[in-house]
Every structure is written in C-alpha cells, then in structure tokens.
Ligand binder design. Sequence first.
Ligand code: SAH
Length: 340
Amino acid sequence: MARAITLAGPISLSQYMAAANGHYYDTRDPLGARGDFTTAPEVSQMFGELIGLALTDLWHRAGQPAARYVEYGPGRGTLAADALRAMATVGLAPPVHLIETSGALRERQAAAVPSAEWHLELMSVPEDGALLVVANEFFDALPIRQLVKTQDGWRERLVGCQDTLFLPVMGNTVFDPIVPPQLRDAPDGSVLETSPASVAVMRTLARRIVAQGGAAIVVDYGYDGPAIGDTFQAVRGHAFANPFENPGEHDLTAHVDFGTLAEAARAEGAVVHGPVGQGAFLEALGIGSRAAALAAAAPERAASIEVDRARLTGADQMGTLFKVIAVTAPGWPAPEGFGS
Ligand code: SAH
C-alpha cells in the first residue's frame, strides 16, 4: 500500500480501509478476551438463540416456505451455531450459507457449523428458497469515505504516505453536490461519512429478499443518518489505536448509518423495520425469561448470566449504541422486536 501511494499519490480512505481490513481479518481470529474485540454472540449464547428464534417465528407465520440461512461475516460461527441450534428445537434446519472472505475465520466457522457452505458474496447463494439472513458487526467493517467541510467546500479526506508513515490529507475535488442539502452548511471541519460498499451490499441483499422472500436482521453500532460525525476508529487489544498507524494490524471500523442502509433497502422494494436499540430488541424477544431459564438450569452461573444480559441490553453498555433493523420481503409478516 505504501508503494502504491508513493507511486500514484494519495488513495481514498475506503481503499485504505479495504486493504488494511482485508489483511487484518485474513491473518487472524480477532475475537474474544485475548483478541482485539468481543462481540454480542461471544458475550452470551442468548444473543444468537433469540435471533434464531425470531427468524423461526417469522418463517412460521410466513407459512414455513423452503428457506436458507445466510450470515454475513460470521466471525467464529458462534451466532450461527446458537441460532441454528435454537431453530432446530422448533423444527427448522435450513441449508447454511456463510459469506466470509477470511481464510482464518472460515476455519473457525467450519468447526462451529460443519454443514455450512462458504461464499465470497451473496451472488453465489442459490436463488431458490426464502432467505433468513443475519449480519452482526459486519457492516461496520466495510470501507467508508469521509468528506470534510472546508472553506472551499466539501472535500474528500485521502490517505497519503511518507516513507512508511500514513497520514490523512485533503483532496482537491469539491463534492458539494453529493452532500445532503440539510447538511451542506455544516461548520468548517465537519465530517460526513458515506459507505458506498455498504449501500451496494444492502441493495443486493434487499433485491434478493424481495425476489425470494425472507428477512434479514442487521445489528451493529451506529446511528440513524446521514449525519455529521467522524467515527473512523482502530481497535486493538480492546483499546483504541491510531487508524493511520500499522494498517492491517488492528480492526478499522466506522459506525453504521442505518438511515442510509434502510433507504437502500427501500429503494429495492423491501420493507424496513427499526432501527431500534439492541436492548429494547432483545427485551422484546424475551431475553429476561431466557436468562432466568439458563440460571435455573445452572444456578452456579446465575450471577454471570445476569452480567451478560446486562452487557447486551444495558443503556450504558451495548443496549442503545447497538441498533437493529430488519429487512423483509413485501407480504411477509413483521418480525418481533420492533414495536407494534
Ligand atoms: N459476526 C461476527 C464477527 C464480526 S467481525 C460476530 O458478531 O462475532 C467481522 C466479520 O466480517 C469477520 O468475520 C470478517 O472476516 C468479516 N468480513 C469483513 N469484511 C468482509 C467482507 N468484505 N466480506 C465478507 N466478510 C467480511
């Protein structure tokens, strides 16, 4: 990457992020207490179980059509294993399609879900059967662009390189026409993030759900945008790091703009539910009674089950920063968990 920049000049933040994360995920398992970050399915089995049951309930009410389970960026495969186990208890055992680019993580997923088939993109998933889709902490890893308001209009933040030191630099092109009109007059220094890659993934997903039937549950940290804010961050060893140092050695992410994702899904004719906070969503799906049942079955673990439940749902923990949307085919029933 340093050589490419030295030869051709600064690159877009999205190119930098795609190259860095491609290397990062392909060369390690970043999850867990000894890794770089911990996700909801790694906190507790309750997360994947409740999502699996929500999809099964929807599938029942849709008339139990032939269906496939699809998950984007399944990490260690923990969510898929928990969801599929919960689905099987109520008679649903769909073929499993995991969309994953990382060789290291595909190996972990194969251990958790031996029956799975892997894909690089949704494109190669068969076009028959309804799709029951999950994406947890997937969209935050997709590349973003940043536009910065300057005295001379909105310009793109690029990544330059001096020897092996990467640094943000300002591009020359003025992008005012693509900034939403209500944000165009934001103060100098304001940052607007866009993620063309995320919009493209969502449009493809929504198009397939509309054509085949089904639903997708998307969970991530984010906001109901578009909105002003610089959320580009690097995480390593459970702490923030400088995203322009050591690309490929820490997780580069940005908060997910759920408003723009919802708009992309609607543009394809899909129905969007939410966003709602992860806490409210899991409460509505019955995390309280699931936690009580697990604690009754293993009283010595009751305290830690309660800690996990609070971590997933607490407003000061993952309960409100993390949000959920569901995308359904027109004519499909509304999923549980999004209010009435
Ligand atoms: N969903 C898991 C893992 C989240 S980490 C969990 O909640 O624990 C992000 C995941 O997305 C990893 O599995 C990573 O390898 C995968 N990923 C990142 N970019 C991707 C891309 N462009 N296509 C497919 N998978 C990708």
